[in-house]
Design a protein around this ligand. Structure first.
Ligand SMILES: [Zn+2]
Length: 126
């Protein structure tokens, strides 16, 4: 079976909690460099702007395979679970684990995490 894809069929969503961790603030110099690189010309962020790093580990399984929920390459065909989808922020603060399929919202400020696995809704929509 080595080298073959493994397909996991979920019968239901698993929901659990993890401790708050907060997101690491990017230094002013680094933040200006990142936006300048993205824009293709020198830029300086407003003084009240704050840039943060995304989380490095999955709160459900601990894997390092965390991806931002808004990744343009993300294949989000299935309906996203309400615990991963914010009505106003959509998936701007959402992350998914490529190892265990967990999804969660992790805003900039530290607050307890509720994760759901898989990050798409299984079964009847509520
Ligand atoms: Zn995981």
């Amino acid at each position: 079976m080595l080298g073959q894809d493994v397909v996991v069929a979920y019968l239901s969503n698993e929901v659990d909690h993890a401790a708050a961790r907060g997101r690491i603030v990017v230094s002013r110099t680094e933040a200006d460099r990142v936006v300048s690189d993205l824009a293709g010309h020198p830029m300086t962020l407003p003084v009240d702007a704050v840039m943060t790093h995304g989380p490095e580990t999955c709160p459900a399984c601990g894997a390092l395979t965390v991806q931002w929920g808004c990744d343009p390459d993300g294949d989000l065909r299935e309906p996203i679970h309400p615990l991963v989808w914010d009505e106003t922020e959509w998936m701007a603060d959402s992350f998914i684990c490529l190892t265990c399929d967990a999804g969660w919202i992790e805003p900039d400020h530290a607050e307890p995490i509720t994760w759901v696995r898989p990050y798409w809704q299984v079964g009847e929509r509520t």
